[in-house]
Design a protein around this ligand. Structure first.
Ligand code: PLP
Length: 401
């Protein structure tokens, strides 16, 4: 029988779970976009957006998703033919590289595989080898959502400084912002990219690019900075419409206002990071226990300090991950994430990989609920697994309470 009727839980890494308050804030008629409450409200968004990224820098917002954020960063950082050094730790780093290449940017990729963070030593070596200073910017993900590898941004910055190379550092925080600790200014990032539908708990449709004064001065207006993507006018608009280069994303802005109020002014950013950290450890404890009874079950990233706090990628052996995902959705109303970029010649459809998101408006009861449903699925499907996963998960919650 199906026990799926009731509140469904979309445990995929974006779009994340949204608060009812965000949805209610969006439920209204069209506002005036020329003057009045919307225009006044939006002015107050920018300080909170800066706070979320840990910066006093500029922020430009776009109607678009994370890919639009990449394109905005690329368009402003580079001119055609200039060089990017991309640090890839999964599908999203490779996709950002691919986007840049298609825009006419020369791209060099350092690929660190799927289970370990970018090695600062290799970055330093690559920058030292660039004697003519052709590399204009280093592009990296903070957390790559496909592998759930988390990069050590301060260590990468330190490697760039050690090499004495002038390249700018641009960081994709789409999966991690408001989930994993991130401090743009303290960590020396020049550009940060994010989108609304993950840690920011708002529907997909807004992209953000924070950029330092150094980045603004160094980048000027290259031949890729086309009218819609050019960041300058959006960061310091003379008129309201210039924030968006046209009609404002009215309802998203009301939703974002509510989400930022919850994150920055009510829960507090440090507490939101701590919540994601704790919930990640709850999930990890369960996977560790399951793995003791079946060597095919393992998290993708072996070392906890290398893992993102908003999503966990794991293997169960093909096709058991696909079977478990289908079971959880059909019988219990929980949708787990697919194994993105995890296909291999032996497992071409990545049926041995899945991801559990613990991102956005999630708490202990939701996370324990997902794990209990997964445990039920493992039993129902006869997939071997170690005992004690739920006890271990509950213990992590108890220890943090
Ligand atoms: C989700 C995600 C993207 C892509 O965002 P879209 O909104 O799907 O375009 C890029 N990078 C990372 C790290 C992501 O998690």
């Amino acid at each position: 029988m199906s026990l799926a009727h009731g509140h469904p839980y979309l445990a995929i890494p974006g779009p994340s779970v949204m608060p009812e308050r965000v949805l209610r804030a969006m439920h209204r008629g069209s506002p005036n976009i020329y003057e009045g409450p919307l225009v006044e409200m939006v002015a107050g968004l920018w300080p909170d957006l800066r706070a979320v990224a840990g910066t006093t820098a500029h922020v430009a917002a776009y109607i678009g998703n994370g890919h639009a954020g990449w394109e905005a960063a690329n368009a402003n950082l580079f001119s055609r033919g200039e060089r990017a050094l991309v640090l890839a730790t999964g599908q999203f780093g490779l996709s950002w590289a691919n986007h840049a290449r298609q825009m006419g940017i020369e791209v060099e990729v350092l690929d660190f595989g799927r289970a370990a963070p970018a090695d600062p030593g290799r970055l330093e070596t690559a920058l030292r080898a660039d004697r003519e200073g052709r590399i204009k910017a280093v592009l990296t993900t903070h957390v790559d959502t496909a592998t759930t590898v988390r990069n050590d941004i301060p260590a990468l910055r330190a490697a760039m400084d050690a090499a004495g190379h002038p390249a700018l550092l641009a960081v994709d925080c789409i999966a991690s912002l408001a989930c994993d600790e991130y401090r743009m200014d303290d960590w020396g990032a020049d550009v940060t990219v994010a989108a609304s539908q993950k840690g920011l708990m708002t529907p997909p449709g807004l992209a953000f690019v924070w950029f330092s004064e150094a980045a603004r001065l160094r980048c000027g207006e290259g031949d890729l900075a086309t009218p819609y993507w050019r960041w300058g006018p959006r960061a310091e608009p003379a008129e309201f419409w210039q924030y968006w280069d046209g009609t404002a994303p009215t309802h998203h802005l009301y939703g974002l206002r509510e989400a930022l109020t919850m994150l920055v002014h009510e829960e507090g950013l440090a507490q939101a990071w701590a919540r994601h950290e704790a919930l990640a450890r709850v999930v990890w404890a369960a996977f560790e226990a399951w793995g003791t009874g079946n060597p095919a079950i393992a998290m993708n990233v072996p070392r906890p300090e290398w893992r993102g706090r908003s999503v966990t990628a794991a293997r169960l052996g093909a096709p058991d991950a696909a079977r478990l995902r289908a079971w959880c959705e059909r019988h219990a109303g929980v949708t787990l994430g697919i194994g993105l970029g995890a296909a291999t010649p032996e497992d071409p459809k990545a049926e041995g990989a899945l991801r559990v998101a613990h991102m956005g408006h999630v708490n202990a009861h939701m996370t324990l609920g997902v794990l209990a449903v997964m445990e039920a699925g493992l039993k129902a499907l006869g997939i071997a697994h170690g005992d004690g996963a739920l006890e271990a998960a509950a213990q992590v919650v108890a220890d943090r309470a």
